[in-house]
Design a protein around this ligand. Structure first.
Ligand code: IVH
Length: 676
């Protein structure tokens, strides 16, 4: 056989292999019903890789082999994706009454028309949009702020259950279709991934949602490919050449095209039927292979959806019926006291491990001594723990009935558990501090914070390494990092020349981090990521910020008097001046920042109500201001948006009665571009 014939034979074989692999991916990931063993699958994949390696021109863009190993460079710096139809969020209801209200509003809006309601799981993952052009997967993006998202095409292409090519005959192939859905991680896959991470001494993910969102936004698609992401598609953006008129038709079409459709899409007649389903799914929830945080109710007919329309950030035709946060009971073994980077002593509950709504919880902060007293917990108590908003585990309180009499009262120590220095009890608040700024624990925490992902992002400078560097006296503070050499590192425990070189390279790379990150990295009390961004955008350069008076700082939109005070104190100190000078000398560049134009809340009046889990009320206000909005204290017709935390009361009720848009904390964070 001549070279040409041989090549033609291989082309045909490759084509056949691709079709087979796509079919097996579909059996395995969509139907959960593989027909060949993994090893056989792997053989097919290897054969295809072999052919494509020998004849690179036989490799097609949609080949199953191309779903792994796309170079990292392809993802970095990809321009953002503007969604042609905004990706909205959902209004939440949490009770029969609220649901009834919503149903009433839908009925009113529809007049005499009627449409069934479709009930689906509310998947707890990260929203995405995928675009198929003439049947080929060409683009995937995150929701971002709803209008503009990140391009995650390379990562999404690694998700095996998403076919690179739609399984439709040419006559039924739409010219272009934008599909919306959720990327998530199955509970079992999540547990396995975390077990792996722990074995490698890496930080485990907090929950499947974080793991999915983090993996989706990974810069290296090879890392994504090695992690078990899944996807489900439940919505439609713009479509050309596709005639579907309802959710049921969409779900059926997805199935016919080989796309992963919602595993449950039930029609429900009315309030009682939805309530029954809510109870049923709620009871079965823990046994599902993936995490859900509620149900989503949607008007089936697309034409009637049009009639109902959308509000600023959520449609009137759909609602999320959320499950209550999950609670569990476990034994409080001890209350440990941790020292943070500002010297604050924090009591932390150490409990027998317990699984709460998908996460194993061992520790939970008790915040401060007043909180311990308020909760009334004693060491040895059986305690109720809850994952508030399904995110942060929280100790609610003791089960007093189960006390034996052997429980012990918690007391704040007089001396810092890390350095033994006598602690200082705040007179006007609940905080207790170690006043020794050279306290090794404080120094370690400061360096750790400095190097952390959201600050200088120094990869490889983990907890253990920081401990070694400080305990061994190699560095005394974060500025010393910039004077380290491979020589300094390579003889440390668990460090080889290669990894030492990587750490030094990572430190070098951090010299050019944007100004906002550098400010955040300094760890100034009360100055978080957001304030740092505001400061960078306002002052433009580190010199201007350092030269600002407390008065100047107070005038900055979004900077409150407390933050202005701590900033002035921080930059006024001689120790800070020396530290900044050494960062400079070490080559940190402090690149000037561009000034900000506006924010997502420009012109909007926002009311905050209830308890927020991930930020204080002040931080939330600051965030509203920083995004260009106005924070008001009471709800009126002028209110554009209400952010409702836990236990929101009359303001929430008023907002609902006025038909004002209500979002929860999670949604608020996403709106600000800080969601997971
Ligand atoms: S439909 C117009 N269906 O929940 C909004 N969303 O809190 C259409 N979600 O951003 C959304 N499961 O990421 C829809 N079955 C489902 C869903 C679902 C999870 C997410 C989605 C959305 C968020 C709203």
């Amino acid at each position: 056989m001549g070279a040409r014939e041989n090549r033609e034979a291989l082309r045909q074989e490759a084509e056949r292999l691709r079709a087979e692999l796509d079919y097996h991916n579909w059996r395995y990931y969509v139907l959960d019903d593989p027909v060949i063993p993994d090893a056989a699958y792997d053989r097919l994949m290897r054969r295809l890789e072999e052919i494509e390696a020998a004849y690179p021109d036989l490799r097609t863009e949609d080949s199953p082999t191309q779903r792994v190993g796309v170079p990292a460079a392809d993802l970095k710096e990809r321009p953002p994706v503007t969604h042609s139809v905004p990706m909205l969020s959902l209004e939440n209801v949490t009770s029969r009454e609220e649901l009834q209200d919503w149903l009433g509003r839908v009925e009113d809006g529809l007049g005499s028309a009627r449409s069934p309601l479709i009930v689906e799981y509310k998947f707890d993952g990260a929203a995405i949009e995928v675009v198929y052009e003439r049947g080929v997967l060409v683009q995937a993006s995150t929701r971002g702020d709803g209008t503009v998202g990140e391009d995650v095409t390379a990562n999404v292409k690694t998700i095996r259950e998403l076919p690179p090519v739609l399984a439709l005959p040419p006559s039924r192939m739409p010219a272009r279709v934008e599909l919306r859905g959720e990327v998530y991680m199955a509970k079992a896959d999540f547990a396995a991934l975390n077990a792996q991470a722990e074995a490698k001494d890496e930080k485990p993910f907090a929950n499947p949602r974080n793991a999915a969102a983090g993996t989706l936004r990974q810069l290296d698609p090879r890392v994504t490919a090695a992690r078990p992401l899944r996807v489900v598609l439940y919505g439609l953006g713009r479509a050309e050449g596709l005639e579907v008129g309802s959710q049921q038709e969409l779900v059926a079409w997805c199935r016919s095209a080989g796309l992963p459709a919602p595993p449950m899409a039930k029609t429900a007649g009315g309030l009682d039927a939805v309530m029954a389903l809510y109870e049923e799914v709620g009871a079965a929830r823990a046994g599902l292979p993936f995490e859900i945080d509620g149900l989503v109710l949607k008007v089936d007919s697309f034409a009637l959806r049009e009639r109902l329309g959308v509000r600023a950030r959520s449609p009137r035709w759909a609602v999320a019926f959320k499950f209550p946060p999950m609670q569990e009971m476990t034994r409080l073994r001890a209350i440990e006291v941790q020292v943070g980077r500002t010297g604050v002593l924090t009591p932390v509950a150490v409990m027998d491990p317990v699984y709460v709504s998908g996460v194993t919880v061992r520790n939970a902060t008790l915040h401060n001594r007043e909180e311990v007293a308020r909760k009334g917990v004693k060491i040895g108590d059986m305690v109720i723990i809850q994952r508030a908003g399904d995110v942060i585990p929280e100790v609610l309180g003791p089960v007093v009935e189960m006390r034996t009499g052997k429980e012990r009262e918690f007391e704040m120590p007089d001396a810092c558990p890390a350095c033994g220095t006598r602690v200082v009890f705040e007179t006007d608040g609940p905080l207790v501090r170690c006043p020794n700024i050279s306290c090794p624990k404080q120094v370690k925490e400061r360096v750790r914070h400095f190097a952390s992902r959201r600050a200088m992002d120094i990869e490889g400078l983990g907890e253990k390494l920081v401990d070694q560097l400080i305990d061994g006296g190699t560095i005394e503070d974060a500025a010393d990092l910039y004077f380290l050499t491979v020589e300094d590192l390579k003889d440390l425990e668990r460090m080889a020349e290669k990894s030492a070189r990587n750490v030094i390279d990572a430190i070098a790379a951090s010299r050019s981090r944007p100004l906002a990150r550098v400010i955040h990295a300094l760890g100034i009390p009360e100055v978080g990521e957001h304030s740092s961004q505001i400061l960078a955008e306002h002052f433009g350069t580190i010199e201007a910020l350092m030269a600002a008076s407390e008065d100047d700082l107070q005038k900055v939109h979004g900077i409150g008097p407390v933050v202005a005070g701590t900033l002035a104190t921080f930059f006024g100190s001689a120790a800070t001046a020396r530290f900044m000078a050494r960062l400079r000398k070490g080559g940190v560049e402090f690149p000037p920042a561009a000034r900000r134009e506006g924010g997502v809340l420009v012109g909007k009046t926002v009311v905050l109500t209830g308890t927020l889990a991930r930020m204080t009320r002040d931080e939330a206000k600051e965030a509203v201001l920083a995004a260009g909005g106005t924070a008001a204290s009471s709800v009126s017709k002028k209110t554009n948006l209400v952010v409702a935390g836990e236990d929101a009361g009359s303001k929430l009720a008023k907002a609902k009665s006025l038909g004002i848009e209500v979002i929860d904390e999670e949604e608020f964070l996403r709106l600000l571009g800080r969601g997971g």
